[in-house]
Write a protein that binds this ligand. Sequence first.
Ligand code: ADP
Ligand code: MG
Length: 237
Amino acid sequence: PLPSGAPIGRVDDGTTPYSRYSGVTVFKQLPISQKTKDGLRESKYVKMTEIQRASLPHALYGRDILGAAKTGSGKTLAFIIPVLEKLYRERYNREDGVGSIILSPTRELASQTFDVLRSVGRHHNFSAGLLIGGHKDVDTEKERVNEMNILVCTPGRLLQHMDQTVNFDCSQLQVLVLDEADRILDVGFKNTLNAIISQLPKRRQTFLFSATQTKSVQDLARLSLKDPEYLSVHEES
Ligand code: ADP
Ligand code: MG
């Protein structure tokens, strides 16, 4: 049997660009910017978790990822690091608009993700916004969404901006993240997600992370991912 975390359905013969990094266990050995390495170190992240070790070499190489690993396994950094690196390599700044969208099922999870993004991304110059609805004033957000390089959102609030915000522009989107996809679908966001995805550019990188692989997660994966790397990590307990 394959070791847990090994790529399934793809032979890694040691000649692919990412296979050079498949044995790497600490963040600082990854092919990432010094800004991200410093942010990770200052946030006290040193060793990678299993899902991070399995997915980061592929994600940094530019591939789509369908990742399954239980809650608490460290999925947030598995997508935040490649989001930062992609926009850094593309030299994104404020004028370039929305480069990445990270979708979360709830306001609380979106806020937590935003905090990790701010901590690990502290040395980068990107602008990031948290769009989660609630009592926040949508009109103030409307004036600023196009200045944000990274948006962390709940699906409902993002679709509201897509529908109502004049000049809201996602045409240069590089990376889409569907985090906790099983929970996004559980709380009834299936149609909202489909509407969002249909408005995004097809040429992009997509990460779909989930604790469980349900039928609706598979359907979402078919709709949103291109030739993904399937990574399923079940840590022995
Ligand atoms: P998940 O999204 O899989 O539920 P999180 O990304 O929220 O997991 O991470 C769970 C906890 O583990 C968080 O407190 C986070 O700070 C911590 N964590 C994640 N990656 C690492 C790491 N490489 N080293 C130490 N702690 C980590
Ligand atoms: Mg999570």
